[in-house]
Write a protein that binds this ligand. Structure first.
Ligand code: KG4
Ligand code: ZN
Length: 343
């Protein structure tokens, strides 16, 4: 049995969780506490790093305590302490890593520095027991990547964004339209009332052989439409959101279809290949529906972790640590490991 306390403080969520792989080999989330700072940042229309760092300092103690209590375990009953060590906002990373190291030192347990993206990448193994290798579409506020996940610690990047991340494109579109922060869910909500055909926004990179993404041209097109129409009616806003979401979904679809084909060429032996979608944008229903359609068409199974594990959380961090410990792959000399804002 391997049981880990995980801590996540890389952006605007203060989170702690206890996760274990039981004696039966099954992963279990004993607790997952996520305290969002959305209210603190809403007035600024985005995450303010200084405010985030201070809020993590204030909240982390209580969040860890709540996670232990909910799990019904004490610090003596966990095997290791893990924390997100990057990539992310340096202030928050320092808060989480310092706390984890302090607990580890006090309790004489190992500390594991975890890569936030690896957390998103392996969530599907925690929730859906997906076997290696699989194809991963990671779409969050800071990242848009297609990864070939060959095994634990074996990640091959097939495509990435050359400018904005997809979540960022949603957030910027929301800001342009004066929709409240966080943008993604609000754009999706507005889009549901809109006409996706009203605006012919570009489909950047569509049809290109390399698997990269680009979203800044789309953002410019949205800005132009919004400026030309100002002042915007509710319907204008809904139509822009719907047209934007349609453009994004089609672009994504084109890139993913190519990736599925590439994966199949590489792994003809896998009868039931998996596409895993992770990161905050994976909460978007229109995107999920399109990915599901694509997967069916190509003979893939789409795995999308439950909504609350798509966004930032600490269960995914604790889980990577469990996998590393069980595989004997934990970072040696981890107490000297410094947070890496870019990792
Ligand atoms: O993974 P995440 O919680 O944080 C990191 O960036 O690591 O992702 C947050 C991003 C934000 O940009 C947010 O606007 C976007 O995910 N997002 C969505 C939706 N829910 C969250 N984007 C589109 N549709 C949604 N329903
Ligand atoms: Zn994230």
């Amino acid at each position: 049995m391997t049981r880990v306390l995980g801590i996540e403080t890389s952006c605007d969520e203060t989170a702690a969780s206890v996760v274990e792989r039981g004696a039966d080999g099954q992963p279990r989330i004993l607790s997952s506490v996520v305290l969002s700072q959305i209210e603190e940042h809403a007035a600024f229309g985005g995450v303010v790093p200084e405010i985030a760092a201070r809020a993590h300092v204030e909240a982390l103690d209580g969040v860890i305590e709540a996670a232990l209590m909910e799990a019904g375990v004490t610090l003596d009953e966990v095997d290791a302490i893990a924390a997100t060590a990057g990539p992310g906002l340096i202030g928050g990373l320092i808060v989480g890593v310092t706390m984890a190291k302090a607990i580890a030192a006090a309790k004489n347990k190992p500390f594991l520095p975890i890569n936030h993206l690896e957390g998103h990448a392996l969530t599907a193994r925690l929730t859906d027991h997906v076997d290696f290798p699989f194809l991963l579409l990671l779409v969050s506020g800071g990242h848009t990547q297609i990864l070939h996940v060959a095994g634990l610690g074996k990640y091959e990047r097939w495509g990435t964004t050359i400018d904005d991340a997809l979540g960022e494109a949603f957030d910027k579109t929301a800001k342009l339209l004066s929709l409240p922060y966080p943008g993604g869910p609000n754009v999706e909500k507005a889009a549901a009332q809109g006409d996706p055909k009203r605006f012919a926004f570009p489909r950047p990179m569509k049809g290109e052989a390399r698997l990269d993404f680009s979203f800044s041209g789309l953002k410019t097109a949205v800005r132009r439409a919004a400026t030309e129409l100002a002042p915007l009616s509710q319907q204008d806003i809904a139509d822009i959101c719907a047209s934007f979401q349609k453009a994004v979904t089609e672009t994504l679809s084109d890139r993913v279809a190519r990736s599925l084909e590439r994966f199949q060429t590489l792994h003809p032996e896998i009868a039931e290949p998996h596409l895993v979608v992770a990161g905050g944008v994976a909460a978007n229903q229109a995107i999920r529906t399109e990915l599901d359609r694509l997967c069916r068409e190509h003979g893939f199974t789409l795995i999308a972790p439950p909504m609350k594990l798509c966004g930032d959380n600490a269960a995914m961090i604790a889980w990577v640590a469990v996998e590393q410990l069980d595989a004997g792959l934990a970072e040696p000399d981890s107490m000297a490991f410094a947070p890496r804002p870019r990792w």
